[in-house]
Design a protein around this ligand. Structure first.
Ligand code: ADP
Ligand code: MG
Length: 313
């Protein structure tokens, strides 16, 4: 029987620039279509690191060109733009791949807002560098005028750093669910979602933050009651002693084992650690749920239990 699967696409599924993305999306579409062809319901989430950086740089240059005319573009708007642009490529790529296989299924992107807690400690400890490198003078100006947080990034210049708060809930979840129930392939929570928080009444305000797509995918998978969360990345399996002579690739991982390995520091923060954390959180969220971390090209084999690291109770 078909499963309901949330797929979280990593950077290697989308490439680093416009032409790379076009090519990468073709391969990505094949991997996703394989699962749809097998009768699974698929919901797609994705990262946006290079894309949101590119958009933010472009908007910054625009402001620099005429600061009176073009006021700085909020980061939440840049995330929304990246969702639109990546969704466009994914819709196109998947549509073509499905039609080539004789599958008549709609593919639609939902611009997704994700609620964050304005009291999240991440807001007072911004860690994620984004956008263009700046001179000290430019950085000081932004700090003074816009209250931005800026760091000196490894001798290469100054960069804005933003908060990466935990996602709480998905604003458009009912629409996403309805579309999935209607048989559509949905792309949602791109780039971790547009971070927003509630202010007065029903108003949602965009936050200057970038949510981790691994955590957002976990919330999405829980909220659509998925059976499986698949995190597709640049490695076939999760390892302990990663990159060391005694490296050991893992086929299976229980939440208990994962917690032990996390406490021993086996998974790098900012890359593998959020994936394992998200996988554990999803696997523990209800009986029968499992997560899989594997390579994009191995998605089908992974679902068949042939490869990847499966995380379940
Ligand atoms: P994505 O864009 O898919 O989120 P990341 O680069 O953030 O990709 O994370 C995947 C990377 O994590 C792998 O390519 C690998 O280099 C790194 N990594 C860190 N620790 C581990 C580990 N313990 N096992 C496997 N990969 C790891
Ligand atoms: Mg990552």
């Amino acid at each position: 029987m078909g499963k309901r699967i949330v797929i979280a696409l990593g950077g290697n599924a989308l490439g680093n620039n416009l032409p790379e993305q076009m090519i990468a999306v073709k391969q990505t579409s094949k991997a996703i279509a394989d699962l749809i062809e097998e009768g699974h319901e698929v919901i797609i989430a994705h990262g946006n690191g290079p894309q949101v950086g590119m958009i933010q740089n472009a908007m910054t240059e625009l402001t620099r060109s005429d600061p009176q005319k073009y006021i700085p573009c909020p980061l939440s708007v840049c995330v929304a733009m990246s969702q639109g642009y990546i969704g466009y490529d994914l819709q196109n790529g998947l549509r073509e791949e499905l039609l080539d296989r004789g599958i008549d299924k709609g593919v639609a992107t939902v611009l997704t807002q994700v609620e964050v807690d304005p009291a999240d400690p991440a807001f007072s400890n911004p860690t994620k560098p984004i956008g263009a490198f700046m001179t000290k003078e430019e950085a000081d100006k932004l700090v003074a005028e816009r209250d931005y947080n800026v760091i000196e990034d490894a001798g290469r210049g100054y960069r804005r750093v933003v908060a990466s708060p935990r996602p709480q809930s998905i604003i458009e979840i009912d629409s996403i669910r309805d579309m999935v129930e209607a048989g559509l392939v949905v792309v949602a929570c791109g780039g971790g979602g547009i971070p927003v928080y509630k202010t007065e009444g029903h108003h949602l305000k965009g936050a200057a933050a970038v949510i981790d797509k691994d955590f957002a995918s976990c919330v999405l998978a829980k909220q659509v009651e998925a059976d499986t969360l698949i995190i597709l990345t640049a490695v076939e399996k999760v390892a302990i002693n990663f990159g060391k002579p005694n490296e050991q690739w893992l086929d299976e991982l229980t939440p208990e084992q994962a917690r032990k390995y996390m406490s021993e520091g086996h998974f790098a923060p900012g890359s593998m650690l959020p994936k394992v954390q998200a996988a554990v959180e999803f696997a523990e969220s209800a009986p029968g749920r499992s997560a899989l971390i594997t390579l994009l090209e191995k998605a089908k084999d992974g679902v068949a239990g042939k490869t990847g690291t499966a995380i379940h109770q």
